[in-house]
Write a protein of this length. Structure first.
Length: 337
């Protein structure tokens, strides 16, 4: 008489991970599917989504979400080196005004104004912030919060760059499809690029500076040079988002320095889970559409929006991405003994 078949419960990822999050052994197609599915599906969803929202109101929401995702990713990169920024609006506004000014005054086409605004804006923002890199904690955050407000008031008071009226009739994108996919590809490249960067030697130094900068300095490493590089990269991403938004709406004004471009990326990164980059992206694509859905509630919109955000942070203090990742790696299957 044959013995009954017995089974035991086993985690699906057992035998896949060897010694680190980036080293795997893929023995079967099932292992490959388990590993690549959570990376492939979100990218596929982003690439397909424009076909369902093209030409309507939700096309603008999708584009808007991509811009905020870029700002959230830039915030997360700065946070990885211990620089808690409250001034993502600085990057966004500088990139928007440089691109808009080049197009409005010099009649420069968008395929030149956007790249130049990205590089020039990143360089300008880095020069502004490099002088305050020695400030720690809340003091650095206060400087980054004040700078975009300062630029907005300077433009209004000195009546420069269009003053309170802004710069109008800027060159638009040839099509909404091009704008959407530029934003989508920028988000995908920054997301996977930053995740790759933070696991390289450069990223390990950034993490070390965040954990204990004095120990890193004792090792003979110029931490301020690494911080400046992180600001330049984050600033370039934020300036690129501002330049894209400018030509999408064919307008740039003082509103590009508004606190919305600081608060919402910060909230998105915190909600999704800071330090992962994927969390910042997930948080953005949840919060931005949610804010639009609640717009019909009028005055109650911000109250309900804030209540949902607070509840999410209380229930999941680790962030949505870390929670989903942890649960995904806890999936089990029956294995024959």
């Amino acid at each position: 008489m044959s013995e009954p078949v017995r089974y035991r419960r086993e985690r699906i990822d057992r035998g896949i991970k060897v010694r680190a999050d980036t080293v795997f052994v893929l023995a079967t197609l099932r292992d490959m599917t388990y590993l690549f599915l959570p990376r492939f599906l979100p990218v596929l969803a982003l690439l397909v989504l424009p076909f369902f929202v093209s030409g309507g109101y939700w096309e603008k929401v999708l584009f808007y979400s991509c811009m905020f995702a870029l700002l959230a990713l830039s915030w997360d990169l700065m946070a990885s080196v211990g620089l808690v920024s409250l001034g993502q609006a600085l990057f966004f506004g500088v990139g928007a005004y440089i691109s808009g000014g080049l197009n409005h005054y010099l009649k420069m086409p968008i395929y030149l104004s956007i790249p130049l605004a990205t590089l020039a804006g990143a360089f300008f923002c880095t020069l502004l912030l490099v002088s305050v890199l020695r400030l720690r904690g809340v003091y650095f955050s206060m400087v980054t919060l004040i700078l975009p407000l300062l630029f907005a008031h300077l433009i209004e008071t000195l009546d420069i760059l269009g003053g309170t009226h802004g710069l109008l009739s800027l060159t638009p994108f040839p099509s909404g499809w091009l704008a959407m996919y530029l934003g989508i590809f920028a988000v995908i490249i920054c997301l996977f690029g930053f995740r790759k960067l933070i696991n390289e030697d450069f990223g390990l130094v950034l993490k070390g500076i965040k954990d204990d900068d004095r120990v890193v300095m004792a090792g003979g490493i110029n931490i301020y040079w690494y911080k400046a590089q992180a600001i330049f990269i984050a600033g370039g991403v934020g300036c690129f988002a501002g330049a894209l938004m400018t030509h999408y709406y064919q307008f740039v004004g003082r509103s590009v320095f508004a606190l919305d471009y600081t608060v919402l990326p910060l909230a998105s990164a915190v909600l999704g889970g800071p330090g992962s980059f994927a969390g910042a992206t997930i948080g953005t694509f949840l919060l931005v559409p949610l804010s639009e859905v609640l717009r019909a509630l009028g005055g109650l919109r911000m109250a309900l929006y804030g209540a949902i955000l607070i509840a999410a942070l209380v229930i999941l203090p680790e962030g949505l991405f870390h929670y989903i990742e942890r649960k995904y790696h806890q999936f089990e299957r029956d294995v024959r003994v």
